[in-house]
Design a protein around this ligand. Structure first.
Ligand code: NAP
Length: 294
């Protein structure tokens, strides 16, 4: 009998992950708060559950891919008591270090095995089963969860044995990703304000040591002004805040991350929250014209 997996949260990431689990031969049940986002997965072969309890009742593995700690805690508050006692919970939503600790503790109260497994990669890698899984969890669970990781990802990095170990690497990786997006927006905006074609900047760095595929990808979107969500700005703002808090906690000054978080929030206030994080370029509009003419 094939292993059964319940996927809770079929947003941008969760739906791609569920599709690849189905493709890999798992028996997949999905649940989403707004059911209409889960329904298209029925065509691919998923069962659609009416609530989190039904989704997890038979599952060997429960995978959460929800927005933040509060969302996961709310959903798993319902689901945990309904899980089989030998099931494993793979927690892949980006929730930060206090968030992982809270969720692992909840799993512990219920006697459910917990693996911290945030992922790197956005919509396309999720749809192609090419995410990077950054995992933290006990050695003796690894064999059980690895087939799930192999279905959703191209590589798993086991960082350590503790909940939070996966998330530490995830926060570092996202600090880099968010910084590239912010720095690219700054460069594209400055080119425009100097009266230069912003594509000239991307062409100038292309192929050199300062080039970067992500800067090219996001820079192109910024120039075109097209922001279909791969990683929505609301998620980027949440993660920048989580990273800044973690930096503060370990005693390093989060100056860059706090500036980025403020830029993300400004763009959200400008109505770009559900667009891709590349739309952070909109936040450079406030007052920039005056400064450029100095
Ligand atoms: P998304 O498309 O916005 O999906 C968010 C999911 O969370 C949806 O299923 C949403 O349900 C659910 N949700 C939000 N608040 C909820 C609540 N209070 N109760 C129950 N469900 C709730 O976002 P996503 O990009 O897939 O991101 C999911 C997670 O993956 C986030 O933690 C994000 O930081 C992380 N992540 C994202 C990316 C990326 O590039 N997109 C990459 C790596 C990690 P509804 O559909 O009903 O609103």
């Amino acid at each position: 009998m094939s292993m059964s997996v319940a996927v809770l949260g079929t947003g941008i990431m969760g739906s791609g992950m569920a599709k690849n689990l189905i493709k890999a031969g798992f028996d997949v049940t999905v649940w989403n708060r707004h059911r209409e986002k889960a329904e298209p997965l029925a065509e691919a072969g998923a069962k659609i559950a009416g609530d989190p309890k039904d989704a997890v009742a038979e599952a060997d593995v429960v995978l959460t891919m929800l927005f933040d700690t509060d969302a996961v805690e709310g959903v798993m508050g319902e689901a945990l008591p309904a899980m089989r006692e030998d099931a494993v919970w793979i927690q892949s939503s980006t929730v930060g270090l206090p968030g992982v600790a809270r969720l692992a503790e909840r799993a512990g109260y219920q006697g459910i095995a917990f693996v911290d497994a945030p992922v790197l990669g956005t919509k396309q890698p999720a749809e192609e089963g090419k995410l990077l899984v950054l995992a933290g969890g006990p050695e003796d669970l690894r064999e059980r969860v690895q087939p799930v990781f192999d279905a959703i990802g191209s590589k798993t990095v086991w960082v350590g044995e503790l909940p939070g170990d996966g998330h530490k690497l995830k926060l570092v990786a996202n600090s880099w990703v968010l910084s590239i997006v912010g720095a690219t927006a700054q460069a594209i905006d400055l080119m425009k304000r100097f009266g230069l074609d912003p594509q000239l900047y991307l062409d100038t760095i292309a192929g050199g040591v300062t080039d970067c595929a992500y800067a090219q990808l996001k820079g192109k979107a910024m120039i075109a002004g097209e922001f279909p969500p791969s990683f929505p700005l609301t998620g980027a703002a949440k993660d920048a805040q989580l990273i800044a808090e973690a930096m503060d906690h370990v005693g390093t000054r989060p100056v860059i991350m706090e500036a980025l978080a403020a830029q993300f929030r400004d763009a959200i206030d400008g109505g770009h929250g559900s667009e891709d994080m590349a739309s952070v370029i909109a936040a450079f509009d406030g007052g920039g014209q005056d400064r450029a003419s100095l």
